[in-house]
Design a protein. Sequence first.
Lengths: 374, 385
Amino acid sequence: MIQRAYLDNNATTPTDPRVVEVMLPYFSDKFGNASSRNHAYGWEAKEAVDHAREQVAELIGAHPNEIVFTSGATESNNLALKGLLNEGNHFITCATEHKAILDPAESLAAKGIDVEILPVQSDGLLAINAFKKVISDHTRLVSIMMANNETGCIQPIKELSTITHSNQALFHTDATQAVGKVPVDVNELGIDLMSFSSHKMYGPKGIGALYIRKETKIRSLIEGGGHERGIRSGTLNVPAIVGFGKACELCKQEMEEEAKKIKMLRDKLEESLLSIKGTQLNGGIENRLPNVTNIAFTGVDGERLLLSLNGLAVSQGSACTSAVVEPSHVLKAMGIPDQLANSSLRFSLGRFTTKEEIDFAIQKVTAAVHKLRK
Amino acid sequence: MRELKTIIEAYKQATAEGIKTVLATVVHVDGSSYRRPSARMLVDEHGITTGAISGGCLEGDALRKALHALVQNRNVLISYDTSDEADAVVGAQLGCEGIIQVLFEPMNAKDPMNPIQLLEQIIDSQNPYVMVTLFKLKDKRGEQSGCTLLLKDGAKTLGSIDDSSLQEAILKDAVTVFEEKRSLFRAYEEDQTTHNAFIEYFAPAVSLVIVGAGNDTQGLALMAETLGWNIYVVDGRPSHASESRFTSSCQIIVAKPEEALQNIPINEHTVFVLMTHNYHYDLSILNRILPYDQVPYIGILGPKKKFQRMVDELKEKGIEISQEQLDRIYAPIGLEIGAETPEEIAISVLSEINAVLNGTKGTFLRDKQGHIHTKENTQFDTLKI
């Protein structure tokens, strides 16, 4: 019998050993600075970065020159929003976005940008009609996340980008939870800018990317050295970039099979947990990631529940706000009452999730819920 | 051809001094670019370059890639996308919109398939050759075979490919290349891999026979030499046709018209210019070269009246110039560029020959519809093997 299980892959994933392996030489033997233009140490590093950039671009159907490496999705989101919006611009986003969109949006609003935060329906999807009503030719940017980190809900990106483009605005998406889990093609989906991160897809932490469609002009937030075509200065984190590239390559190769396997395990977990009385699924059952389920356990305090699940790693609300005791803003936006939102847990599976872990989780949660309800 | 000669010279000198070199070859261009496939540049270990693969926009990066290939001692394939204006590598450029594939091959003097040694063999010969360079566009970081086969007169003379079905397919395509006299790009698809081949056609160098060794042909010979052509200077006057008066690569023939052509190989790459200022000498040579149907160009200096007199005189002797022959005669010689001085005339004549050999009109490019270079035949036609 196993003693612990990790079902918090939407918070972060373990780095795949195959990724670690390709990264290692770039800490020691191949330590060169990719910007050293005039010796072999630099060329070696540059070659590795070029290769990684191709691997990253390949996964999302982009051109390598459209990829800017950043420290992660939070930075990518900040860069996309602050690099594009000017005083007086109209910006549309939605209530279930990650704080990495909502917080910059708030600070932009304070600087005179006209920020519009749209509500969502009970299934988590953006109401298209409400969107159509507020968008106009004054809109500069629309940012709607591809897949929600808490519910896995996938927004109709293509439809949204089409409406956006017909109003001559740009479309950004925070695709951190989607890239590597489901097929994402920036051209097919009509995406102009896209944030994503390495550590959500079995790559190392501290590295991510912003996809910027060719000929989209963006202002840099970090200056000094002109790295990444001047859009993001700072010596490139070569080992992490190499790892990110490899992680993308592996996702490209294995995503299809992996998603099937993970979905099967997720469905089993979900079915078992929903068979407990007084439970409900948060969000729609369609249009969502194959690896997440978000379940409300009526009458049980979520935090109390988490602490009684000794050995099982799951989360309540999104990981980044877990320092604050407040019901999840995502569930709230979907119209779920605070008390129920506080009784909800997110289970997120991954590449390395086993059947044993699922059985362990079912057993632990079932026992804990029964015990806490007594 | 001239550029190849300087590359070969630079290679020989470097090798003799024990200096390592890398050959960069443009193996494919998709779109427009200043230099076309076949353009080559040699880089030695000190970073000294000979030849060029672009109009200057790629050389800086290509130099570094070449040196890196040398450090790694392996063939490397690099793509340059000149359509991307924001690209830091390509930087300021001509506004060309093309994707250029450059293969970097470190040279090894002991390798029988050393491309530079093969190129030397090719340009020293009067025969057409085909060189096959293999690479993998879909696996740019994988092993790039590079120069693998050499064919002469339609048959393989050097090199071999382990994969017999691939070799067979390439040899078959090479036959077409010899027939059509132009290079071919091909993607051979096998189960797992796609082999890209640049099946490169080398026409024998143009031989220019300059009939007349006056002061005005000295400049012509000098300029033709820079094109890498073989030059023959023919005249009856030893005082004029002397080695001291002409550039060193010229072959000087002092002879009467009836003996003048004996030692000149005449084929479809041989062109003539009649510039003796001696009516009878020119006429006599014309009379002797008319029967060679394969000669694509005969230029005659002087006004239309002079040529008409030649036609009439030959007719009196019972020699009728056919329309087909007239089509190959350019009299008065040269393109209309307002040439007055011998050097200007030389430019006018060489431009005309170049246009005739390439089947173009010799007019302003700005008046041309569409692309500068003919776009046909630049795609990788896929063949399953």
